[in-house]
Design a binder for this molecule. Structure first.
Ligand SMILES: Nc1nc2c(ncn2[C@@H]2O[C@H](COP(=O)(O)OP(=O)(O)OP(=O)(O)O)[C@@H](O)[C@H]2O)c(=O)[nH]1
Ligand SMILES: O=C([O-])CC(=O)C(=O)O
Ligand SMILES: [Mn+2]
Length: 612
């Protein structure tokens, strides 16, 4: 049988079908180290994807879904130990330890490289080594940001094809100017000895997700899971890009981007940073419940923002797909995501299977199917005492399948950001929405953002931790330098172009324990209030933490909430905020000298306003 790799090598006549000298050399070096059976250059075509996914079905990694219900779609089930990002094993190996900062793990680069060289020696034995040229952002961007991922996982190839622009077009563009590319090396760390049978989800108990910020390179070992293995996403577009952005004067952020049109036909753009599994995809695909307002999607996870010619903040989404949390995504909460998913061409990971070859997860439909195969492959019924889908199960779907995708998604110039939201998952203290008094006060809100941990990362869930700008696991350099960088962006923005900053919390609980705010589509009411603040229309109450909606200023028409219940969601409890202060002091103390003075002043002023 001719393997895919053989065919490609025969077609092109040589093992490195590129005129990019550095790339050819790197591929050769990696092949010599990892010793794969074959090297294959990914072209990104549909035909190639069909072959690869067929191969994955044969290997048992993918299950082909019911073609009528989910055309061209597949389900994958990971090893139960490989279901989320591994922050403990994620490293920023800057030359100086100081530059990794206290929020990152650090190891001396040469020591790390020696360790990785040991692990990668022969790591791809028995497997195919895939070379995936990719770009984050637009091919015709002014300064295109290229990457090349080398991986021994077909699942990664199929997923990267959805999440980024990949393949021959990218390679040709890369060759044109012999451009720089971020080398991103990935192996599942499971070489096959002669005659050894493969498993459906090869991975290694030992995992390393490593970034070399000065070199702008990435090495990932042992995991096949999304954020650990699809290296264009968190590793490149956030950790490495944040370093590039610091050096080049822009921002790489964990933010959704949406376009909002008011009943008067005025367009606004909002970027919002919430930690993993805290509502970005849901807000980005929001179906407004209020009359006359329209939402369109630009991005659901990552925003690259730079200062435009008129001193405005402009954002692009560098990704091409959604890698969304499945549980909680349903016809009642997020119909736009459901419609995009139904169009097919998707890869689902760790969801449950229905008996008719479809997928299901908690919250997808109001009615729970009577029988499922759960993500671990066991029979499942509504009586089972465990979730059918893993809490961090995901759908991976082309962004172009979103009906409400804005045309502006395709504009390499991006969109002008009018408002920035920072949000977290807090049961108490943080009101539904608060407008910052100023840019600096908004940066303070971002820098002290707190949220309960979720299933998106390995480890205990539900612990409150500080998560600056929702970037805690993704800042590729010293966190104090990062806050200083945010602070400094201010001086490049024109006074009349400054985005307004808001702090939001969809997850506050009532005294009875339920959500104080219905969330999802109803969050359009909060967006409306924010925009009306920009327009100078909505009333607000000046509180110690910022401006919150005055009674009656939040549109609750048609909502099954009383004014008292709205007050419970929006009120500022001074005692709760006073109790919050020691934690913020402790958090700031960790920055030492690198904390921007402006944020220290903000905290002092907040403390004074709270009467402490
Ligand atoms: N109560 C409530 N839950 C929400 C709301 N928005 C999202 N969620 C839930 O939060 C979880 C994560 O939502 P997502 O929108 O996928 O989060 P994300 O920030 O895109 O997550 P990542 O992809 O990990 O970065 C899902 O289970 C949602 O159902 C909301 O407004 N209210
Ligand atoms: O990176 C991932 O695996 C998924 C994701 O979007 C996040 O965790 O923020
Ligand atoms: Mn994310």
């Amino acid at each position: 049988m001719t393997t895919i790799a053989d065919r490609q090598v025969q077609d092109s006549g040589h093992s490195a079908p590129t005129t990019h000298a550095k790339l050819a050399q790197w591929v050769e070096e990696v092949a010599a180290l990892t010793k794969p059976d074959r090297v294959y250059w990914v072209d990104g075509s549909q035909e190639e994807n069909d072959r690869l996914t067929a191969q994955l079905v044969e290997a048992g990694t993918l299950i082909k879904l019911n073609e009528e219900k989910f055309p061209g779609s597949f389900a994958a089930f990971s090893d139960p130990s490989d279901v989320a990002r591994v922050e403990e094993q994620t490293y920023i190996c800057s030359v100086n330890e100081r530059d990794a900062g206290f929020t990152n793990n650090w190891m001396e680069p040469n020591e790390m490289k020696a360790k990785l060289n040991g692990l990668f020696d022969g790591a791809m034995r028995g497997r195919t080594m895939y070379v995936i040229p990719f770009i984050m952002g637009h091919l015709d961007a002014e300064d295109p940001k290229f990457g090349v991922e080398i991986t021994d996982s077909e699942y990664v190839v199929a997923s990267m094809r959805i999440m980024a622009r990949i393949g021959t077009d990218v390679l040709r563009k890369l060759e044109e100017k012999q451009s720089f590319f971020v080398p991103a090396l990935h192996s599942v760390g499971a070489p096959l000895e002669a005659g050894q049978a493969d498993v459906p989800w090869p991975c290694n108990p030992e995992k390393w997700i490593v970034h070399f910020p000065e070199e702008r390179s990435i090495v990932s070992y042992g995991s096949g899971y999304g954020g650990n293995a699809l290296l264009g996403k968190k590793c490149f577009a956030l950790r490495i890009a944040s370093v590039v952005a610091r050096d080049e004067g822009w921002l790489a952020e964990h933010m959704l981007i949406l376009k909002l049109t008011s009943p008067e036909g005025k367009d606004y753009h909002v970027a919002a940073a919430f930690p993993s599994a805290c509502g970005k995809t849901n807000l980005a695909l929001l179906d407004p419940t209020i009359e006359g307002w329209k939402v369109e999607t630009l991005g659901d996870d990552i925003a690259w923002m730079r200062v435009g010619a008129n001193g405005e903040l402009r954002a692009v989404n560098p990704e091409a797909g959604l890698f969304g949390v499945a549980p909680g995504t349903g016809w009642s909460t997020n119909p736009n995501a459901m419609r995009a998913i139904e169009k097919g061409n998707s890869v689902f990971t760790n969801v449950a299977l229905t008996d008719d070859g479809g997928v299901w997860w908690e919250g997808m439909t109001d009615e729970t199917p009577a029988h499922l195969t759960d993500w671990l492959g066991n029979d499942w019924t509504p009586e089972s005492d465990r979730p059918a889908a893993h809490p961090n199960s995901r759908f991976c779907t082309p962004i172009a399948q979103i009906d409400m995708l804005s045309d502006e998604y395709n504009d390499p110039q991006g969109v002008k950001i009018d408002a920035i939201l920072f949000g977290g998952r807090r049961k108490t203290t943080v009101p539904l929405v608060t407008q910052a008094r100023s840019w600096t006060s908004g940066v303070f809100m971002g820098s002290t953002l707190s949220s309960e941990t979720t299933a998106a990362a390995a480890g205990q869930v539900g612990l409150v931790r500080r998560d600056p700008m929702a970037m805690l696991p993704f800042i590729g350099y010293d966190a104090g330098d990062y806050l200083n960088h945010w602070d400094s962006i201010r001086s490049h923005l024109a006074e009349d172009q400054l985005p307004q900053i808001f702090l939001v919390n969809w997850f506050r609980r009532t005294s009875e324990g339920g959500f104080a705010w219905p969330g999802f589509g109803e969050n359009s009411r909060v967006l409306k209030w924010a925009i009306e603040r920009l327009e100078g229309k909505a009333d607000a109450v000046d509180t110690p933490i910022g401006f919150v909606p005055a009674a009656g200023s939040l549109d609750i028409k048609g909502l099954d909430l009383s004014e008292d219940e709205v007050a419970e969601a929006t009120h500022v409890d001074v005692d709760e905020w006073c109790a919050e202060l020691p934690g913020i002091e402790e958090w700031f103390a960790r920055f030492g000298d690198s904390l921007p003075a402006s944020l220290r002043t903000e905290l002092d002023e907040l403390t004074a306003r709270l009467g402490r």
